[in-house]
Ligand binder design. Structure first.
Ligand SMILES: [Zn+2]
Length: 245
């Protein structure tokens, strides 16, 4: 930790330059400082934040699925394998293979995106576009289902309270579309392409002591907050279930 002579701000993790004003750190090599000033720490932080969740998501999703799979598989094995159980077991095998492959792919993608590989940037952007398309499709299907339900209820004011509202799905759709859109725009931006260029990666390798902080990007912080909230909801549900027995 050192204080910048120019702007007075403290710098905790950057041994080369002040992250507020770009002044050289005391005693830093002039060559290294020159290279350090060419780094786009904000964009690096976005890519590292996204990469983190590709990896952690893969681990959490993969482990969660394997636990669930172990439980179901155990139940299948303990019952005698009649025709239908055997068929179920092989279907589960295929699903497990698919999930493990998806988790492994996500982990590898995160690994290379965190190292600013251009292929990983493009792959992640395409996956986000596919994800956005699925979100849109799900929303349209939900709207169709709701309009059918509404037609079923008719105009009768008797059921006005019971009538389903589209508010929740609309909010969810807008939020996830904005989120995917932000990721797609970021990954396809010129700055992201610049960070993933060979010349830039050489600069990163030569100023390896300097690492972009992940806590400065919403791509790291927002999923973290959502994950913590989800974990709290699950914990409360588990407590409530224990209280029932
Ligand atoms: Zn400064």
């Amino acid at each position: 930790m050192w204080s910048c002579d120019t702007c007075g701000r403290p710098n905790r993790h950057n041994p080369l330059i002040c992250e507020t004003c770009g002044a050289a750190a005391p005693g830093a090599d002039a060559n290294q400082v020159n290279l350090a000033l060419q780094r786009d720490l904000a964009m690096e932080s976005h890519l590292r934040g996204l990469a983190f969740w590709y990896r952690i998501g893969a681990v959490v999703f993969g482990v969660g699925f394997l636990v669930l799979f172990g439980l179901v598989g155990g139940a299948l094995v303990s019952s005698p394998l009649h025709g239908s159980s055997a068929l179920m077991a092989s279907a589960f095998g295929y699903v497990a293979m698919f999930v493990v492959a998806a988790a492994a792919g996500s982990y590898v993608l995160g690994h290379y995106l965190g190292r600013f590989a251009n292929g990983a940037r493009i792959a992640a952007a395409i996956l986000s576009i596919v994800g956005l398309a699925f979100t849109l499709l799900r929303f349209v299907l939900t709207c169709v289902a709701y309009s059918r339900l509404s037609a079923l209820y008719g105009d009768s004011s008797l059921f006005a309270d019971a009538q389903p509202s589209l508010m929740g799905p609309i909010v969810m759709f807008v939020l996830s579309a904005l989120w995917s859109g932000a990721i797609i725009l970021t990954l396809f931006s010129g700055r992201a392409a610049q960070v993933c260029s060979p010349a830039y990666r050489t600069i990163v390798a030569r100023t390896a002591a300097m690492k972009a902080s992940m806590v400065k990007t919403p791509f790291f912080v927002v999923p973290l907050v959502v994950t913590i909230l989800a974990a709290m909801v699950v914990l409360r549900l588990l407590m409530a279930m224990r209280g029932l027995y």
